[in-house]
Design a binder for this molecule. Structure first.
Ligand code: HSE
Length: 408
């Protein structure tokens, strides 16, 4: 019998208890022993709940119990999760988490402490919820030199963009509906400003390329300024607007970016709708692979956490290796990347060509006779920004994902 504890009995913590309970026998068979939850730590009381008898408000109960070998951290945030995690690892207990803020901020240090104490700090649930994407990078695509990771890594924004696309809603209306349905938080900034996706691509990129990608270095743009006219233009040129989190290896180095991007229907990520997530990983031998599933929610996220717990129990006294070194990954400036841009323009195609050179896919919307939309050729972003900044007829623009971001 292995003993575990759960810190934080919220949506994911409760899911962890549920998965460990409902799949107890299957898990025991696969692990080689049963996994029993000895404590649930939470500030609140849960009278009448199945965890009432194992509930504690005292962290030291878990820290000082020599039989507890694995602890689930589903508290979220940095405080007190960071201190608790550190103390547990130093005490020789493995920690499995869904807390992407903590992994992105202190993951390097916590993994080092775990290694020094022959235990594990695992975080499969921190990226893509139930999609086992971290295991793909750490255990499956280990023969590969990873060239690119591109994903729809935030369910809230994907739900909002999908409902703007399918129901013609404005951002505000779509956000309000997502909040009503529980797909967006009351304070949705972390999601709609792209910060959540940024932390996730920082973690995935660090694992993919082997050096630490600090999330603060990634240019991040959210979806708050996307309007329904942008969506209508995207449709008109056969694209969809998706919030992509992407990083890619170039000859000169690695770049990373979180941005709403126009991607063509030939890109499978256009078919990822609603709250679903998907990640494409390109390796130098395998080519492009894709992983799809629920990026959030109690049971899917809990499933990923429990998978990590099982790995810890299967490898007692051993740190499972990954390629996430503490060395800093310098990023290429996102401005140097060349790609096509979609432009909304209050002028003629001839005027636009004077600014941008050859353009294509010129379209107009009946509701907006004062402007046109078009695609530029491949232009380095720095040059594009200078050209666009110098032409007052440029109303708005988007990056277009052609020949980039997991398209061959
Ligand atoms: N708010 C996140 C999302 C939850 O919408 O994807 C999972 O990390």
């Amino acid at each position: 019998m292995a003993y575990a504890a759960v810190m934080g009995y919220g949506t994911v913590g409760a899911g962890v208890v549920q998965v460990l309970t409902m799949n107890r026998e299957i898990i025991a068979r696969r692990t080689g022993e049963e996994i029993d939850i000895r404590y649930v730590l939470d500030l609140r009381e849960f009278p009448g709940s199945p965890v009432e008898k194992i509930l504690t408000h005292d962290f030291s109960d878990i820290l000082n119990d020599p039989e507890v070998s694995v602890v689930v951290e589903t508290m979220g945030g940095l405080k007190p999760a960071y201190e608790f995690t550190k103390q547990l690892l130093l005490a020789g207990k493995s920690v499995c988490t869904s807390n992407k803020e903590l992994v992105a901020e202190h993951g390097v240090e916590l993994m080092k402490i775990a290694r020094e104490n022959n235990v594990n700090y695992l975080f499969e649930a921190s990226c893509g919820g139930g999609i086992p994407i971290i295991r793909v990078l750490n255990s499956s695509l280990t023969a590969e030199r990873i060239e690119e990771v591109t994903g729809i890594l935030n369910g809230t924004t994907n739900y909002i963009l999908t409902s703007m696309t399918e129901q013609g809603k404005d951002f505000g209306q779509a956000l309000a509906e997502a909040q009503e349905k529980g797909y967006a938080e009351l304070h949705p900034e972390a999601d709609v400003e792209g910060w959540d996706a940024c932390r996730k691509i920082a973690i995935l990129s660090s694992l993919a390329y082997g050096k630490h990608v600090p999330y603060g270095m990634i240019r991040t743009e959210g979806i708050t300024s996307v309007d329904k006219t942008d969506i209508a233009y995207a449709e008109k040129i056969g694209c969809r607007i998706k919030l992509l989190a992407t990083s890619r290896r170039e000859k000169e180095g690695i770049w990373a970016l979180v941005t709403p991007m126009m991607i063509g229907k030939e890109n499978p990520l256009t078919a990822v709708d609603g709250v679903m997530n998907a990640v494409m990983v390109k390796g130098n031998a395998v080519g492009t692979t894709m992983y799809y599933g629920s990026g959030a929610g109690s049971l899917p996220t809990a499933s990923a956490v429990v998978g990590d717990v099982i790995d810890c129990v299967k490898h007692p006294g051993k740190t499972i290796r990954n390629d996430y070194s503490g060395e800093l990954q310098e990023l290429l400036p996102a401005d140097e990347i060349a790609r096509p841009f979609f432009v909304r323009y209050t002028g003629t195609p001839e005027e636009a060509e004077k600014t941008f050179g050859k353009i294509s896919d010129v379209v107009a919307l009946p509701d907006h006779p004062e402007e046109i939309g078009f695609l530029t050729g491949m232009i380095a972003e720095k040059t594009f920004r200078e050209l666009a900044g110098g032409d007052p007829r440029v109303k708005r623009w988007f990056r277009r994902g052609k020949n980039e971001e997991a398209e061959e």
